[in-house]
Design a protein around this ligand. Structure first.
Ligand SMILES: [Zn+2]
Length: 77
């Protein structure tokens, strides 16, 4: 099992992109679409994660993946 990924906390990345104006929203047919300016967004997320490595982890109490990631960040695994 890949225990290093959990997508539940990734909405925080969208919030960051919104805050700095790197995301726009539109419609493609009946679907809502997001357009992200990829290179600056990725650079920003890498910089933010260097400072706050647990930023994109979710807050679901029994999420084993994020609990594992938190132990790794803390140097316990
Ligand atoms: Zn999680």
């Amino acid at each position: 099992m890949n225990r290093s990924h959990c997508s539940r906390g990734f909405d925080i990345a969208e919030s960051i992109a919104k805050r700095v104006g790197l995301i726009s929203y539109g419609r493609v047919g009946d679907a809502t679409a997001q357009l992200v300016n990829g290179d600056p967004f990725l650079s920003l997320v890498v910089d933010v994660l260097a400072e706050y490595p647990g930023l994109l982890l979710c807050d679901v109490p029994d999420c084993e993946r994020c609990a594992y990631a938190r132990r790794r960040i803390a140097g316990l695994e």
